[in-house]
Structures are given as C-alpha cells and as structure tokens.
Ligand binder design. Structure first.
Ligand code: SER
Length: 343
C-alpha cells in the first residue's frame, strides 16, 4: 500500500457556535481531520469537545484571523459566520462589516496561503435564497423554481452581502490578478451553496427570517403557543439540517465542480403546509398567524422554489425527503427525542 501524500486536512469552521456549525462539526468528526472552531460567542461544550482547538474572536479582526490560520496551517475553511437577514436589517452596517469585510479578509488570507503553500486552500461558503429579489408575490408565484442567474436583485443587506461575496469568491478562485505578470499559480478553491430555509431538530436559529418554521416546530413540540410572523400562504424552499450538512461536506470533497455557486433545496412548502402537519404531530401547541409587515416583505421577495438541476448534474446532489417524509423520518422523531424528559 502506498502511503498517502495528501496533507492532513486542517479545517477552520467560523461561526462554529451556530446551527450549521454544530451539525457540520458533529458530522466531520468521524473523518481524519483536525478541526479548529472559531466564533464570537462561547462554543457549546458539545461542539467544543469535538474540536482540536477553539478560538473566540471576531472575523472582522484581520490579525486574529491570520494568527489562527497560520498557527493551524489551515487548508480548508468553512466560513459560516454571518448576521442573518432579519438581524441584519436592524444593524445593516454591522452586518456589512461581518458579512462582507469578514469574508473578504478570510478570502485574501486563504489566497495568500494557497500561494505560499503551493496548494489550493478550500473555501466553503454558504450563501442563501436571500440573494434573490422578486418584485411582487404574483411574479414570485409565476417565476417558480429559480435558476442561479435569475432575479438577482436582493432587497436585504444580508442578501446583498452574500451575493457580493459569491462574486468575490469566484474572483479569488478563478480570476485573481488575471492580467498581472507573475499571477499566482495556486489560487484558492472556492465552493458555494445557496441554502434554502434549513430546519434542525437539536438547535434553534436566531436572526433569520425563515426562522418561523423552526420556531413553530420547537414551540409546538414543547406544547407552547406560537404566532407565526408570516402569512399562511408564504412559500419558500426548505431542507433539513442533516441534508444541508451532507451537501456541504459533499461539495467540499468532490473534484473541482464546474461552477462556483449552486442552488440546493429539498422541497417547497408554505407556512400553512407546515402548520397543518405540525398540528397533527404536536396538537398541544396552538399555532396562529400574525404577519409582521416588515419580515413578510423579505420572504415575499424570495423564490417559491429553487432549480437544483446544476447541483444534480454536476455533483449528484439529491434531495432526500419531501415535506411529509422529512417530518416523519427526521424532524418529528429527532425533536421528540430532543425534548424527551431525561430520567
Ligand atoms: N435562513 C436565512 C435567513 O432567514 C435565509 O437563508 O436569513
């Protein structure tokens, strides 16, 4: 047997205390990989114990990022840290700093490290359906499943930030210093997935606008009342956290994909579709609808569905569950287990 010459994977996960960070780090632990977690907030013990190192700090701090990346000789970055759409509308300038400046610093550093190490640093970046901006609900319903290059006029700071960072990532990985003499031989390797609303059973989101479904679920599972902040007919694409993590790990591992940015999603469903099923499984919770005009407008500008054919054709993305199967096979059992009384 020939010994492997590939360098050991040294992974940095920013935003490690968030929902995707939790799911990703738990799934990655099985691989032979050194995991370094970073967040501004305390990383929960459950995640912390799976990591080789944890750094508390700000992605806007260039020196701190450089220190962490060089100290751990990072060759794979999962840049999850971000201020999500609703939170970003309260503090748009801070959101810009975190979502754009933070990403820009990391991309530059990863580009420099790729050059000095003579091998491409992988940069995995979650983007969002918030990069889309459809003008009216009628247009949204007519447009159906959007392809990656349609309706790219985001109405949120978060969507604008992510759309720009997709372009920056594409630039650094494919066109960096394209007319300069002595152009670097090894550019960074940027891969991006545009995520739909993501539903996790073990963790709860904060600051997003698609949070209404996870909030509804967790409230009902605890037997609490929930007033949903969007209309019953509000429809966007969704997937479960295990599917999301699987897709993130897959895009990181395949040979260079032809495109830098891919839509993914498993099913399209309205808030009312979820409420009807949740009432069936958790009848103790009382779900009502009290739309908030501001947050409603954000979701109304997002597509009803996304076209994932590029992801399917280029790297075999497959949705695992539709709405009913996702509830039956993952969400309901996992959430029941999560809230089961411990004896
Ligand atoms: N979940 C994100 C949000 O609601 C959208 O991708 O901000």
């Amino acid at each position: 047997m020939t010994p492997s010459t590939a360098p050991r994977r040294s992974v940095l996960v920013t935003g490690a205390a968030g929902e995707i960070g939790h799911g990703l780090i738990s799934s990655m632990r099985a691989d032979d990989v050194s995991i370094v977690a970073m967040d501004l907030r305390e990383v929960p013990d459950e995640t912390r114990k799976l990591c080789d190192a944890v750094h508390l700090g700000d992605v806007c701090d260039k020196n701190f990022l450089e220190h962490v990346l060089t100290m751990h000789e990072t060759n794979e970055i999962y840049h999850l840290a971000a201020l999500l759409s609703s939170r970003a509308e309260h503090v748009p300038e801070t959101a810009h700093d975190v979502n754009v400046q933070g990403t820009y610093h990391l991309l530059r550093l990863a580009a420099r490290l790729s050059e000095s190490w003579g091998s491409r640093v992988k940069f995995i970046f979650p983007s969002t359906i918030a990069v889309y901006g459809i003008r009216t609900v009628e247009d949204k319903m007519q447009a159906g499943a959007l392809r990656e290059n349609e309706h790219l006029s985001p109405i949120t700071m978060y969507g604008a930030n992510k759309l720009y960072c997709e372009s920056l990532g594409r630039y650094y990985s494919r066109h960096y210093r394209q007319v300069a003499k002595g152009r670097p031989e090894h550019l960074l390797d940027f891969r991006c997935l545009r995520l739909p609303g993501v539903i996790a059973a073990e963790t709860r989101p904060s600051g997003g606008t698609s949070d209404y479904v996870p909030e509804m679920l967790h409230a009902a599972a605890k037997g609490e009342d929930y007033a949903c902040f969007v209309r019953e007919d509000t429809t966007i694409p969704w997937m479960t956290m295990p599917e999301c993590v699987e897709a993130v790990l897959r895009i990181a591992q395949i040979d260079t994909p032809p495109h830098a940015v891919y839509n993914i999603g498993s099913f399209s469903a309205s808030a009312g579709d979820f409420a009807a099923l949740i009432r069936k499984y958790f009848p103790e919770g009382n779900i009502t609808f009290e739309p908030d005009e501001g947050r409603q407008a954000l979701v109304d500008s997002w597509p009803r569905d996304v076209d994932c054919s590029s992801a399917r054709n280029d790297w075999g993305f497959q949705q695992k569950w539709g709405l009913e199967a996702a509830m039956e096979e993952y969400i309901v059992p996992a959430i029941r287990k999560h809230y089961a009384p411990t004896t």
